[in-house]
Design a protein around this ligand. Sequence first.
Ligand SMILES: [Zn+2]
Ligand SMILES: [Zn+2]
Length: 280
Amino acid sequence: MAPRRGRNAAAAPAEGSGAAPAAAAAAAPAAAEADRCTVCLDAMSAKREVTLIPCNHVLHRTCIINWIETRCCDRCFRCPICRAIITELREGGASIQRVRAYGDHGQPTKRYVIIGAYHETEGKILPYLEKVLDEMEVTLGELRASLAVARHNGRDSDNTFTEDMEEELNKLSARVNIYIEMKRAYQAGAMRGWQENIHSSVNNPWNYEEEMRDLRESVKEREERMAMLSVVAAPSTPRAAPKAPAARERERAARAARVTRAHPPSARDVRANARDVRRA
Ligand SMILES: [Zn+2]
Ligand SMILES: [Zn+2]
């Protein structure tokens, strides 16, 4: 069993105690190690921290979020220290919105949405997208509020906390944009090929630009296809309409042809044609 090195595992100094890492290292190496983030190796006090549930290991919030983004699936979302499957992140006793808001575990968002919808909204994509968007909005609101408070309090002389929050805000805003774009694409009917993604295995880190390009191209392709279809469909639609007028039209044309071939139309023919036209 791997030894616990997370901050909580040792009796670490309280947050904001400002313990100098170098001094701590000299006095008690084990404690100093515990006071460092296992992901980035910086001091825990350098950025915001979260507790991983159920193992209670503590890491920087942005570090665990970046870590989540490179995982390949939900089951791979494990604590980087003890490999426990993470079910929740807690900051200051409060639960952070479900971690999916931050990453698709290295998968294209489409694939992740299909899986999520399958588990949570009976496979229905649109309600799932709306659900995730709602969650993200809540988290964004919380983050903005914390950032405002941090700026107001000016607790952060070297800006590490506010920069940390800004990083997360940017990350989450990008994610919200993707989901909005995805909703638009879905509503435009441009996501026919979504199911195919479920079989694709992708190990690249999630990429905002790529996702956005992919979604916008899907919508564009769909729009072009629809435009093409409407051009093809347009002339056939009136012709395909009621059959009776079409038959009468043919009759009338045939009569007109007969008449012009044989002799100029009589006044009676002209009146009959005019009547037909009026009736039509
Ligand atoms: Zn870290
Ligand atoms: Zn752990």
